[in-house]
Design a protein around this ligand. Structure first.
Ligand SMILES: Cc1cc2nc3c(=O)[nH]c(=O)nc-3n(C[C@H](O)[C@H](O)[C@H](O)COP(=O)(O)OP(=O)(O)OC[C@H]3O[C@@H](n4cnc5c(N)ncnc54)[C@H](O)[C@@H]3O)c2cc1C
Length: 338
C-alpha cells in the first residue's frame, strides 16, 4: 500500500490508527478551544477495510455494570442525536437518530439474573431507563420469543439500539481535516522514548521518516498490544473473531426485534424490511491472528441457527443473505455481556 509523508517533522499529538477511536480523538482535539496544537493521524490502511470499525453492527446500549460506562453511552447518544449542533450547526451535517429497539438481555439462571438486577440498579441511578421483565412480561410484549428457560429479561428502550456510525465516522474525519488535522496513510513501526524513559518523543514510520511528538495516542484497535509494545507498555487487549449473518425470515416478526442477547451469547436484531442481523463467535473464542478473516461456515449450521430457531421458533424458516467476519479488540478479563 502506498505511503504518504507528513507535512511536518514534529507534532503535538500523533494518533496511531485513524478508525473510529482515532477519528473521534482527533475531532475532539480540533474542537477544543483550549488546544491549538498540531495533530497527525497515521493510518496504515485508509480503506479501513479490515478495521473493527468497518465491521461494527453499529448499536449502542446503556446496559452496563458501571456508572462510568452508562454515562459515556449517554454522552454518545446525545452526540449522535445532536450531531449538527456539535458540528457547529454546519448545515451539511445530517440529522441522525437512534433506532430504539433496545438490547434485550435474557438470563436463564439465577446468577445471571442477579447480575441483571444489580446492573439495572446502577443504570437507573445513572438515569437510564432499563426495565426488568419477567418471562410472562417478555412473552406479552414480544410473543415471538420462547421463554421456557428464561428467568429474567432486561431491556432499555431509550437511546439504545441502532445508529449510523458510518455517518459520524465520516463527519469526524471530514470536519477534523477541515480544521487542520493531518491524516496520512502510513504505519507507525517503532517509537523512541526520552532519556528518562518517561514519554515517547518520536515515532518511526514504515516509509522511514522519524516524527517528533509530545504525545502519542494508541488507537490501533485489535493491534493495540503491538503499538503499546513499541513504547514498552503491556496492554490487556486481544484480537477476537466475530461472525455476522444477515438473513430474511419467511414469516417476518410482527414488531421490531430488540438486539437480543441470548444466554448462549448469540445476538440477533432487527435489520429492517423483514431481515435480521445475527452475530456470534466460536464456543472457544481464542485470540486470533490480526489478518485471519476466514469464515467458519460450520458455526452457522451447528451452533447459531439452532440457537436462533429455539429462541424464536419463527426463525426455523430463514434464508441467509450475507455473512462476514470482523476482528474486534477485547480485554479478556472483562465479560463480553456487559
Ligand atoms: C462484527 C463486529 C460487530 C461489532 N458491533 C459493535 C456494536 O454494535 N457496537 C459497538 O459499540 N461496538 C461493536 N463492535 C466493536 C467496535 O467495532 C470496535 O470496538 C471499534 O470499531 C474499535 O474501533 P478502533 O478505532 O479502536 O479500532 P479499529 O476500527 O480496528 O481501528 C484501528 C485502526 O488502527 C490502524 N492501525 C493499527 N496499527 C497501526 C499502526 N501501527 N500504524 C498505523 N495504523 C495502525 C488499523 O489499520 C485500523 O484502521 C463490533 C465489532 C465487530 C468485529
Amino acid at each position: 500500500m502506498a505511503t504518504q509523508t507528513p507535512n511536518h517533522s514534529s507534532y503535538d499529538v500523533v494518533i496511531v490508527g485513524g478508525a473510529i477511536m482515532g477519528a473521534s480523538v482527533a475531532w475532539f482535539l480540533s474542537d477544543d478551544p483550549d488546544f491549538d496544537g498540531k495533530v497527525l493521524v497515521v493510518e496504515r490502511d485508509t480503506s479501513y477495510e479490515f478495521s473493527s470499525t468497518m465491521h461494527t453492527n453499529s448499536c449502542m446500549r446503556q446496559q452496563f455494570s458501571t456508572e462510568l460506562n452508562v454515562r459515556i453511552s449517554q454522552f454518545a447518544a446525545d452526540f449522535v442525536k445532536n450531531l449538527p449542533r456539535y458540528m457547529g450547526n454546519d448545515d451539511r451535517v445530517p440529522d441522525l437518530s437512534i433506532q430504539n429497539f433496545g438490547y434485550m438481555y435474557l438470563a436463564d439462571n439465577d446468577d445471571f439474573a442477579d447480575v441483571l438486577r444489580e446492573s439495572q440498579a446502577t443504570q437507573i441511578a445513572a438515569g437510564a431507563a432499563t426495565q426488568l421483565m419477567s418471562p410472562e412480561q417478555i412473552k406479552a410484549a414480544y410473543p415471538f420469543y420462547n421463554v421456557d428457560d428464561i428467568v429474567l429479561g432486561s431491556i432499555n428502550l431509550v437511546d439504545e439500539g441502532f445508529w449510523d456510525a458510518t455517518a459520524v465516522f465520516d463527519w469526524w474525519r471530514r470536519s477534523a481535516r477541515e480544521r487542520g488535522v493531518e491524516y496520512v496513510q502510513n504505519e507507525v513501526v517503532a517509537m523512541t522514548k526520552n532519556a528518562a524513559g518517561t514519554r515517547v518523543e518520536n515515532v518511526k514510520l514504515k516509509s522511514g521518516e522519524v516524527i517528533a511528538c509530545a504525545h502519542v495516542l494508541n488507537a490501533s484497535g485489535p493491534r493495540a498490544i503491538e503499538t503499546a509494545k513499541m513504547a514498552g507498555v503491556a496492554v490487556p487487549v486481544e484480537p477476537r473473531k466475530r461472525f455476522s449473518w444477515i438473513f430474511s425470515a419467511e414469516k417476518p416478526l410482527d414488531r421490531d426485534l430488540p438486539l437480543t442477547i441470548d444466554p448462549s451469547g448469540i445476538h440477533v436484531r432487527e435489520n429492517g424490511g423483514g431481515t435480521y442481523q445475527c452475530g456470534g463467535h466460536s464456543e472457544i473464542d481464542p485470540a486470533v491472528d490480526y489478518d485471519d478473516f476466514q469464515m467458519d461456515h460450520s458455526i452457522w449450521e451447528n451452533h447459531v441457527w439452532p440457537v436462533l430457531a429455539t429462541r424464536i421458533p419463527q426463525f426455523e424458516a430463514i434464508k441467509v443473505q450475507s455473512e462476514g467476519v470482523g476482528i474486534t479488540p477485547i480485554t479478556p478479563s472483562i465479560t463480553t455481556r456487559f
